[in-house]
Design a protein around this ligand. Structure first.
Ligand code: BTN
Length: 231
């Protein structure tokens, strides 16, 4: 596997997108710190030096496909669970432990392929966690131990590529079913916030593309990105 280990970079996703033509399919870009880490919905991803995992996986044969973001979140949740923590996925692809965010996924693409960025709070200090604008945690905060980031990354990538192979061979149906059970939103009344709008409704189901179908007074809305709050 081609691995590019950067010391400091603005964003591993931005770097990967800018270098897609030189990077191999399935290459991975990591960094010790990001000075302008990107989050979903134009947010900032705080990326202090040496504490966490900041990585971008390059899939040159793919376009932006929400199912691959879901796949990444499932791989991260499985890896975190293997450390004895009760990781859950919050729609669409945040990984939480005890209601606090431990991992985020951001997929970005251009004409040359797809980049899946994962940020996992492995050894983030209590002080840096407290500086975040939403409840967050780390493997260290939950277990009281410092963890080997390289080992965690190896395990995460193994799980990611195993699920990816499975999806390439057998399709995404099983993956979507697992994800639908994990997000636990069917039948729930929710508030959806996207970059453009905010609305209330009841979640009917997820479709096979990974979109949330929400019944509202105006009809059924199909939602692929945003934030959800159970009301
Ligand atoms: C989120 O908002 O939940 C998504 C966060 C994604 C952060 C990762 S860290 C590695 C990669 N590079 C970035 O700039 N962002 C992603």
């Amino acid at each position: 596997m081609q691995t590019i280990q950067l010391d400091t970079v603005d964003s591993t996703n931005k770097y990967a997108l800018a270098h897609l033509d030189e990077l191999a399919d399935r290459a991975v870009v990591t960094a010790e710190e990001q000075t302008a880490g990107r989050g979903r919905l134009n947010r900032i991803w705080l990326s202090p030096r040496g504490e966490n995992i900041y990585c971008s996986i390059i899939l040159k044969e793919q376009k932006n496909n929400p199912l691959l973001t879901i796949l990444a979140a499932l791989a991260a949740a499985q890896t975190i669970r293997s450390y004895g923590l009760a990781a859950r996925i919050k729609w669409p692809n945040d990984v939480l432990v005890e209601g606090k965010k431990i991992c985020g996924v951001l997929a970005e693409s251009n004409s040359q392929g797809l980049v899946i960025g994962l940020g996992v709070n492995v050894n983030m200090s209590a002080e840096n966690l407290a500086a975040l604008d939403q409840p967050a945690t780390s493997l260290r905060a939950e277990t009281g131990q410092i963890h080997d980031r390289e080992k965690f990354l190896r395990e995460l990538l193994e799980k990611f590529f195993a699920l990816y192979e499975q999806a390439q061979n057998a399709g995404f149906a099983k993956l979507v079913e697992t994800w639908q059970n994990e997000i636990d939103l069917i039948g729930k009344k929710v508030k959806i916030q996207t970059v453009q709008q905010e609305f209330y409704g009841t979640v009917i189901q997820v479709d096979k593309a990974g979109a949330l179908l929400v019944a509202t007074a105006q009809g059924v809305e199909k939602v692929l990105a945003g934030d959800v709050h159970v009301v």
